[in-house]
Design a protein around this ligand. Sequence first.
Ligand code: GLC
Length: 713
Amino acid sequence: MKLLDKKTEEKIESIISSLTLEQKIGQMNQSVAWAGTEEQYKERIRRGEVGTFIVGVPAYTGDRSAEHERRRFLNSLQKTAIEESPCGIPLLFGADVIHGYDLVYPIPLATAAAFDRDLTEKVYRNIAVECARDGLNWTFAPVLDLPHDPRWGRCVEDGGEDPYLNGQTGAAAVRGFQGDLGNASLIACCKHYIGYGAMEGGRDYHNSDISDYYMDNYYAPSFKMALDAGALTVMSSFNSVAGEPVTASKKLLRDLLKKRMDFEGFVISDYDAVKQLETQGVAADKRECARIAAEGGVDMEMVDTCYPKYLADLVRSGELDEEVINEAVRRVLRVKFAANLFENPYKEDYEIDKAEHAADALRVCSENVVLLKNNGVLPLSKDEQVFMAGPYLNEKHSHVGAWAGHYDVQTIPSFREAAESYLGEGGKVQFGGSPFGDFEVESMENCKAVVLFLGETLFSTGEAVSVDDLTLPEDQIALIHRMKKKGVPLVGVICCGRPRALGNVIDLFDAVIYGWHNGSYAAPAMMRVLYGDANPCGHLPMTLPRVTGQIPVYYNALSPARDVNEYYGRATSYYGTTAAPLYPFGYGLSYTAFEYSAPECDKTEISLSDLEKGKKLRIKVTVKNTGERDGKTVAQCYVRDLVGSMMRPVRQLVGYEKKNIRRGRTTSFTFDIGKEQLGFFGSDRTFRVEKGEFEIYVGECATTTNKITIKVI
Ligand code: GLC
């Protein structure tokens, strides 16, 4: 996809030809903007030694003068670059603005659970608007890792286990972040390319052994969708794939990303990932690290200084072709032109519609929580006595999740504070004492339900933090058992970042809502859901395992040779327990109910040649809201290729749409099925559709049996 016109490309070539070798390498060098003085930075900028700074995300002060100062500081560095550096090349200022800035939105995995492209785009548009006026022009997001192991702490940062949902969520985030690439925009950075979610044991920085087949059909598609949405940069990942560190892999960076995915932007390494090539045992020293990362296809080095120290010497000694440098600089300049930084290099202040942003945050938090179980105890009534307790009743910090940064924890309401404000003076609610304290049922006269707020600390999620046990903490399990003995309906609100294994407690609850690490508005939104002002409509973006020992367990697995159940492989894989997860990908209940008609199709056959011409089959279902209240359903469309030249997944998500349906009313959904939905990358790595029968499923989760069979002839 051509980023720039011919004229701009020619400008780039003339800049490259007028830079010295060291000045070119300066464009490949990212420095930290937290270890020096403004004048020291300016000196380096004047000498053309640095093309970008990584800027820490500051603690929130609420004091606009501090934020004005950040903009002044960054604009001042930019002015030096424009007016005093070689060729006046603008700087990039990057930071980890992953899922919030002034306001913390849900962790990305939780936003994916909303299954709503437009809402997702608006959330990330808001984040860019909140952040860009402080001077930043680049964010190291969205995360497109495909996690198959919820023990891994960074599964919370991405769009979940399915390539399509992951890619759609990432593409929406790219559109949101980049917007019109004007003043209130951030350049997006798709990370961590690639296979970071497949590391053995869910252990960070480790190895992923991924076949070409899985790379093409599972791990690459989400990056392709985000790049097709216009993402301008990519970050290479710490892990290795099939014996090669990604940060030195020509196969992954030059062949798969830049050639086959037609990526014209630039690749930045992850923090210190270039010098880590020595630790990974493919480079004898830092000089060698610089050579193989540059040759591998890393165009810009994040802070570890191997490039500025060694690249010029490698070129002059003939060990590195200068065209490698030219190509890297070409890509960096291409992004700076595409982001309009030459025309509009400075950030200006502007007003933010905070009420609108708050409303958006409340909405996404009301529409991404997943109702896992409900025997009718929910929604609660304001007229009935409720008891609220648990270790997360007063929690504030963990709502923000991993990689938040610029927030004031005092502005984040706890569940108790949200309940008090929601129910008002004299509200029919009592609160449990100490997190695990006991209390007598007598103190809960006429209590209609006990709501336990449980979960995991945000510090057990994020980078380099995996867990070896997905069950809830022992003290929380003991509390659940104690509360069950009170003989009052028990509601669980589970505030975790990653999927947890609830198999050992699920039967003790009358209702369970998965509340995620949902950001600043987690608690107010949860009150709206608990009391029915919002009808839950979140759906699982990752399979919820029954026990830790099932991992990896994901819905779009290949069919096993025996004992195939409807999904996830064999029905009896483990002695004494089932292979089936607790809840499947795409699962989520509502306070109402939806009836799906059998899928219909104008015709059930289509020829390969018609598919090649772009023709499609249109699958239609009608859905009736058979319950007593309005609600949103997420119609999900899955494909199964029954016989292929390679094994195909037992289900593959190819479409989804969320719609509100008034009670008693009916609406229809259509899904167009063509080459893109039916095809796959074969063993020769070409994309193709093969003749034969396909089952097309449409329903509310991956295990729907509502299907129609079509044939490619
Ligand atoms: C970290 C993370 C990456 C982040 C970068 C800069 O190690 O892996 O996601 O963007 O360093 O902070």
